[in-house]
Write a protein that binds this ligand. Structure first.
Ligand code: NAD
Ligand code: TDX
Length: 335
């Protein structure tokens, strides 16, 4: 029986991955999660206790990581500080978790000779112009913009160095923007959905022209499992589902799907250093490993996500007030 150590498995994408693993394989999962403001045991509710075990702890705790890696067959590393706006306000936790935490896991994978898969983001490549015909590929040079994306870029480079210098059996994936159930209300889509559900107006940064390449978290999960099973050691795979949309279009869609006028949103001060556009070319993953996304209709996926937030207010309500107080204090807009 295969046992996966899944770091950050109580977060948004990690918990979607754990659900996918339980549904699609006979693997057991040990989740290592610090349960920061972004993690919640509730995101793993209903999963069978004989398949999934949650250990609360820090990926930078070398003794704990060493013990858990020893007992696992493979490590799938989702844990991170993940929100750009927070990284503009206080970068330090991003260095500690994304850099030192990844280093700690790599050292344990090296010592115990364990298969390692590192989850990363398309933001390591920086931004594209709106009219650029090119999309990101595995050979695009790194050019991160924010404290968040620079620490993710640093963590990717650590993984590459541990493969080359120490022979760690690792792969890397860089995925585009995810949406779906269990995403924290600080992030764009859940923030706007929960605003609308509470009768507040969506908040669009700048002019709303910025483009993100949306993929459902379940498709990200299936891609990661594919790479874990069939990926070539030392390789990087980009994950994306051809889902480019500008932010204004997404907000208008949320308003329309909830029966509101499509102009019932506010334009607010822009994010400092705000990347204009991300776009993924996932040809390598599709052709070499045969992966395809299941969610091809963004509007249908978004409608299902709205329904999930409508039905699960108990899950998101405790965080909503704190997040909106953070945004109202405007901490990142003072530069
Ligand atoms: P999230 O913030 O929802 O979840 C992160 C999880 O990691 C939380 O459960 C948190 O408690 C845990 N964590 C944080 N610091 C920890 C530490 N020191 N030790 C142990 N656990 C810790 O993030 P997410 O959106 O699910 O992102 C997961 C991964 O996917 C990240 O590596 C992120 O960079 C990457 N990614 C995210 C997206 C996206 O659109 N959200 C896109 C591409 C890649
Ligand atoms: O209230 C908002 N209004 C708004 O216009 C928020 C929170 C965001 N935005 C904009 C900023 C971005 O252009 O929406 C877009 C998406 O914002 P986020 O949800 O903060 O995501 P982004 O900064 O694109 O980063 C996300 O995708 C890549 C994840 O948070 C990262 O973890 C991942 O690596």
């Amino acid at each position: 029986m295969t046992t996966l150590l899944v770091t950050g498995g109580a977060g948004f994408i990690g918990s979607n991955f754990v659900r996918h693993v339980v549904g699609d394989t006979d693997y057991s999962v040990v989740v290592l999660d610090k349960l920061t403001y972004a993690g919640s045991a509730g995101s793993l509710a209903g999963l069978p206790g004989n398949r999934v075990r949650l250990v609360q702890g820090d990926i930078a705790d070398a003794a704990l990581v060493d013990r858990l890696c020893d007992g696992a067959d493979a490590i799938v590393h989702f844990a991170a500080e993940s929100h750009n706006d927070n990284s503009l306000y206080d970068p330090r936790p991003f260095l500690e978790t994304n850099i030192v935490g990844t280093y700690t896991l790599l050292e344990a994978a090296r010592k115990h000779d364990k298969r390692f898969h590192h989850i990363s983001t398309d933001e390591v490549y920086g931004e594209l112009e709106l009219d650029d015909p090119e999309r990101f590929t595995e050979t695009t040079p790194y050019n991160p913009s924010s404290p968040y994306s620079s620490t993710k870029a640093g963590s990717d480079l650590l993984v590459r160095a541990w493969v080359r210098s120490f022979g760690v059996r690792a792969t890397i994936s860089n995925c585009s923007n995810n949406y779906g159930p269990y995403q924290h209300v600080e992030k764009f889509i859940p923030r706007q959905i929960t605003n609308v559900l509470r009768g507040a107006r969506p908040q669009l940064y700048g002019t709303g022209q910025n483009v993100r390449d949306w993929i459902h978290a379940e498709d990200h999960a299936s891609a990661v499992l594919t790479i874990l099973d069939a990926g070539v050691i030392g390789e990087t795979y980009l994950i994306g589902a051809d889902g480019e949309k500008d932010n204004k279009t997404v907000v208008e869609l949320i308003l329309a799907l909830t029966g509101n006028p499509t102009d019932a949103y506010d334009l607010v001060a822009d994010r400092p250093g705000h990347d204009m556009r991300y776009a993924i070319d996932a040809t390598k993953l599709r052709t070499e490993l045969g992966w395809t996304p299941r969610y091809r209709n963004f509007e249908a996926g978004l409608a299902a996500t709205i329904e999930w937030y409508r039905d699960n207010e108990d899950w998101w309500a405790p965080a909503k007030e704190r997040v909106e107080a953070f945004y109202a204090s405007d901490p990142t807009r003072r530069f």
